[in-house]
Write a protein that binds this ligand. Structure first.
Ligand code: SF4
Ligand code: SF4
Length: 671
């Protein structure tokens, strides 16, 4: 179809654009490589399958906002399909051979699919443009207290417009070009929409149609070739950086654990993240992968309660900072600004509860929560700039090995139990089968002690051979790590691992999901490898084995269950607590936000030890409000931090709702 001159022009154009594309991707690669750690390629085959599955199925996109997500998926699928279409069109341009007519029924299906799909992709893109530019959807906006730069706001609008128009024009011109071919060559029942459109060319001579065919071919193919070098700088980059994110992140199958720091390395002058290049490579890549969809913001408890934290703003600010400073970053120069100047403000930094809702919802596997913890590390360890109230918890963990800063006997909860319980220490029962890790809340907090006492009653009733560390147990350091005090955390982790290894501990049960998370997922970094279970899992097992017999509960009141973030989202323990409640045959109903979509109580991320950042409502009240509106009588949970937060919220809102740990409910039904 193309003339010889056009062929030569195309080849020159292709070479120039390929060179510009190479330069563009090379600078992207250099910028990502400025980061720390590495991109992960272990178990490559399974990573490739994961990345392809996510991309082709669009399942991570489709898990929320069903209508908008389906329309977005149409565009993503169009991206994949149009790679094939464009190759076919270039072959046609050079040889006038239309490959899709050569495969019988498969070619026919291909043509009808492309015909319909082209129109739906154009309509879907038009919808997104109208949504952003005409209806200004609330979901695409930010609270006025969120740090979002002018460059970012301008960039979002500019990119959205360019990308939207590019898709419409590229697919549109290609579709019209196809309708001209149908007019010139033959009718095709397998392209009904292009055939209908071809009617508009009915008055034109063949010569004119040929000229138009060439023009539309050049616009359609020229647009894609001109766009590719711009690709890495545009928001469209998420189409391939999203799958690459899954391909290369530390843990593509779940949330990545935060890495430890090497304090022994004397050459290390920076602990934590101050500047963009201090981030891990995969967290710089996050900025390129971001769809800018604000799904993470929609579920962030801090944002919902009007704090100045928006995880999406963090990622998007990073992206436009990179775009603005692309040359100097790629050339290896140091960033001129720190992240808290352009990506996230200080209040937002300290508002994060580390609930992982943003990680759970993000369709491209971004991890803004890990950026936040890493930036906190810099603030705490390099600048000593953190909310003053955290100092009490730090001092407590350092001097008294508990964030309550109490210098008391860790076994007091046993002596003070209203019902007699038998809780031997490892010294008193050296042949124990399972170690009960009581946690600081169980040892020192009044409400936490009730949970520990209830669980001890359960273990006594089930004749479990257990022991505790007593005064040899120290805080796991969870709050120190989440607050960015990695140095303190590392000290505590090493000491605890030493104790646990010296006592030859194999299996641990704990009533605290924060302890569970730290012992199970983070202590392996310090040489501690233990089987760690939550008390709800433990109870489920002893009920199943017949070791624990329970009576049926009261059917008059409605019980519900609040999934603690560190039990549910972080450790995927959703069923055991529900089975526990099923075992006592009470009247159970779910909260609207449950399981992986649960809403935080507000205590995690070291918020327990400080006032919440400025906002319109405490997170805990937002959570309990849901149970109040549903007229539930008892909210059960499986975490002493949730217990504290939810009980406080009930008091503040003067509600009659009871808050109980699962262990307390079960202990009340021991036969
Ligand atoms: S971890 Fe939770 S609180 Fe922190 S940014 Fe993500 S959603 Fe918001
Ligand atoms: S981080 Fe993920 S969820 Fe948040 S805006 Fe970006 S793509 Fe969307």
């Amino acid at each position: 179809m193309l003339t010889n001159i056009e062929r030569i022009l195309f080849i020159i154009f292709f070479i120039v654009m390929s060179f510009l594309t190479y330069k563009s991707f090379r600078s992207m690669h250099k910028i990502i490589n400025r980061g720390q750690d590495k991109l992960y390629f272990n178990r490559l085959f399974s990573r490739i399958i994961k990345a392809l599955t996510v991309f082709v199925s669009q399942k991570t996109v489709l898990k929320s906002r069903p209508v908008v997500s389906f329309l977005h998926s149409l565009i993503a699928w169009a991206f994949i399909i149009y790679i094939i279409v464009n190759i076919g069109d270039v072959i046609y341009g050079f040889t006038a051979f239309n490959i899709s007519y050569s495969f019988g029924i498969i070619g026919n299906i291909y043509r009808i699919f492309i015909d319909i799909f082209s129109v739906t992709a154009i309509l879907a893109t038009a919808f997104f443009l109208v949504r952003r530019f005409i209806f200004s959807s609330e979901r695409l906006k930010y609270n006025s207290n969120v740090l979002i730069n002018e460059d970012t706001l301008m960039g979002i609008r500019r990119d959205s417009l360019i990308v939207g128009l590019f898709i419409i024009l590229h697919i549109g011109f290609r579709f019209i070009g196809e309708s001209i071919i149908l007019r010139m060559e033959h009718a095709d029942a397998w392209q009904p929409l292009a055939a209908m459109t071809s009617v508009i060319w009915s008055g034109l001579s063949i010569d004119r149609l040929v000229i138009l065919q060439h023009i539309f071919w050049w616009i359609a193919i020229g647009l894609i070739m001109a766009f590719i070098p711009y690709f890495p700088n545009s928001k469209h980059a998420h189409l391939f950086m999203g799958p690459i994110n899954y391909l290369t992140k530390k843990n593509p199958y779940g949330y990545s654990t935060i890495g430890s720091l090497d304090f022994e390395d004397e050459s290390n002058e920076q602990f934590g993240v101050a500047k963009l290049e201090h981030l891990d490579k995969s967290h710089i890549l996050d900025a390129y992968a971001c769809i800018m969809c604000n799904r993470c913001q929609d579920v962030c408890p801090a944002y919902i309660t009007d704090k100045s934290l928006s995880p999406s703003a963090l990622e998007i600010n990073k992206r436009y900072y990179i775009n603005k400073n692309k040359k100097s970053l790629a050339a290896g120069y140091e960033s001129q600004q720190i992240l808290t100047q352009f990506a996230i403000n200080e209040s937002a930094l300290w508002a994060c509860t580390t609930c992982a809702a943003c990680l759970e919802i993000c369709p491209v596997g971004n991890e803004p929560m890990l950026d936040i913890i890493q930036i906190r590390r810099d603030k705490v360890m390099m600048e000593s700039a953190f909310p003053k109230q955290l100092q009490g918890a730090f001092t407590g963990m350092e001097r008294n090995q508990n964030p309550w800063n109490l210098n008391e006997d860790r076994m007091k909860w046993v002596r003070e139990s209203e019902i007699e319980i038998k809780v031997p220490t490892v010294e008193e029962n050296p042949d124990y089968e399972v170690l009960y890790w009581v946690g600081c809340a169980g040892a020192f907090d009044q409400r936490g002690q009730k949970i520990a006492q209830a669980f001890a009653r359960i273990m006594n009733a089930a004749k479990v051979n257990f022991a505790v560390l007593g005064n040899n147990e120290n805080c796991t350091g969870d709050s120190a790590r989440r607050a960015g005090n990695e140095y303190l955390f590392a000290m505590m982790a090493k000491a605890n691992v030493e104790t646990l290894n010296s006592k030859k501990v194999k299996k641990i049960v704990t009533t605290c999901p924060h302890c569970l998370h730290t012992l199970k997922n983070e202590y392996p970094q310090f040489g501690g490898n233990f089987e760690v279970v939550h008390h709800t899992e433990f109870i489920d097992n002893i009920v199943k084995s017949g070791q624990l017999v329970l009576s049926a509960g009261n059917k008059n009141s409605i019980y519900t269950y609040h999934d603690p973030c560190y039990l549910g989202r972080h450790n995927r323990i959703f069923n055991a607590p529900r089975k526990n409640l099923e075992a006592v045959k009470i009247n159970f109903a779910e909260l609207d936000r449950n399981r992986e979509n649960s809403f935080c109580c507000g205590a995690g991320g070291s918020q327990m030890w400080k006032e919440e950042e400025e906002g319109k409502q405490p997170v805990r009240q937002n959570r309990i409000q849901e149970a109040i509106e549903l007229n539930y009588n008892t909210v059960c949970t499986g975490c002493p931090f949730c217990m504290t937060m939810l009980s406080d919220a009930v008091n503040e809102l003067k509600s009659a709702i009871q808050i109980k740990d699962i262990a307390q409910v079960i202990a009340d039904h021991i036969v």
